[in-house]
Design a protein around this ligand. Structure first.
Ligand SMILES: NC(=O)c1ccc[n+]([C@@H]2O[C@H](COP(=O)([O-])OP(=O)(O)OC[C@H]3O[C@@H](n4cnc5c(N)ncnc54)[C@H](O)[C@@H]3O)[C@@H](O)[C@H]2O)c1
Length: 288
């Protein structure tokens, strides 16, 4: 989509971090933006701040892990702006738990917000974008953790899902005039490490708080790794820059939007391991 000015975007998780960075970058490019978030006060503050820049923005509260609320948010967007061209499936939560501390509630929460909301977003907004025939773009926020799995967490599983979904839907929607991109950020300076602030009441409050039945020593190592990740996020890339990258990705229909190259060697190593798997059976492939 080359001419963004005057188009309309719907952004989930828009009250904070990357979502707010994307909403601001799109607003700067003249896009009308409907900001959607589960957190009301930061949402109101984000709208107020963007309006001071003369942006045409509005907001709608929704828990995107509830399909009915996402659908109502889509209806509110059409009621407010008439059309929608750009969907940014960005809301997401970190946490969950690693092997040894899995709970069904943690899987339900992370899969609900990080993956089902993206599936429903495409299901609900796809036809709305198709309807006006002016084309559009869908960007879903996965992560580098959608290409590289380090600790068997719920987060990795959901983000791999977002990458796979985006790759497939890109093929399906291209003939319908809709581009599809997947955003795979590295460490970005946001509030992601405090995701439990958005744990809906309907889930067990212990989500993510459980620890595996490990020795003190291993638990200490786990805490060290957690603190290192928190530190990396707090020193991470500015979400405002990520917003501008996403705007560029939309304008040029980039299939993958990366924020940096830190994890490129590990991803190459993963591809090499996959290739090795093929090499191991290359001579044994049955002849037809
Ligand atoms: N920060 C990073 O280093 C990083 C790296 C890779 C990917 N990501 C991804 O970026 C996306 C944005 O996260 P962020 O880092 O900006 O964190 P953030 O916590 O600053 O922002 C996430 C936003 O999503 C909202 N949200 C959470 N649950 C919701 C729900 N059920 N319904 C609606 N909104 C909800 C939050 O209120 C918040 O405003 C996520 O999908 C995250 O997984 C972040």
């Amino acid at each position: 989509m080359k001419d963004l000015a005057g188009k309309t975007a719907f952004v989930t998780g828009a009250a904070s971090g990357i979502g707010l960075g994307i909403a601001a970058a799109l607003a700067r490019a003249g896009v009308k933006v409907m900001l959607c978030d589960i957190e009301e006060a930061p949402l109101a503050a984000a709208i107020e701040a963007l309006r001071l820049t003369n942006a045409d923005v509005d907001g709608v509260k929704a828990d995107v892990s509830l399909k009915a609320e996402l659908k109502a948010a889509a209806e509110a967007t059409i009621a407010r702006y008439g059309k929608v061209h750009i969907l940014i499936n960005n809301a997401g939560v970190g946490g969950g738990g690693i092997y040894g501390a899995w709970t069904d509630a943690a899987w339900d929460w992370t899969i609900g917000v990080n993956l089902m909301a993206v599936i429903w977003g495409i299901e609900i907004f796809g036809p709305l974008i198709e309807q006006h025939g002016e084309g559009g773009q869908i960007v879903s926020t996965a992560s580098i953790a959608g290409l590289l799995s380090l600790n068997s967490s719920q987060y990795n599983v959901t983000k791999f899902g977002v990458v796979g979904l985006s790759e497939g839907v890109r093929v399906a929607l291209a003939p319908r005039g809709i581009g599809v991109s997947v955003l795979c950020p590295g460490f970005i300076r946001t509030n992601i490490m405090d995701s439990r602030r958005n744990l809906p009441e309907r889930f067990d409050r212990a989500v993510g708080g459980n620890l595996p039945a490990w020795s003190e020593e291993r638990l200490d190592q786990l805490k060290i790794v957690h603190n290192q990740i928190r530190e990396r996020v707090s020193q991470g890339i500015d979400p405002a820059y990520v917003g501008e990258l996403v705007r560029e990705g939309i304008e040029n229909d980039w299939p993958y939007i990366f924020t940096d190259i830190e994890f490129e060697p590990q991803i190459e190593a993963r591809f090499a391991a996959i290739k090795q798997g093929f090499d191991q059976i290359r001579d044994r492939v049955p002849r037809r």
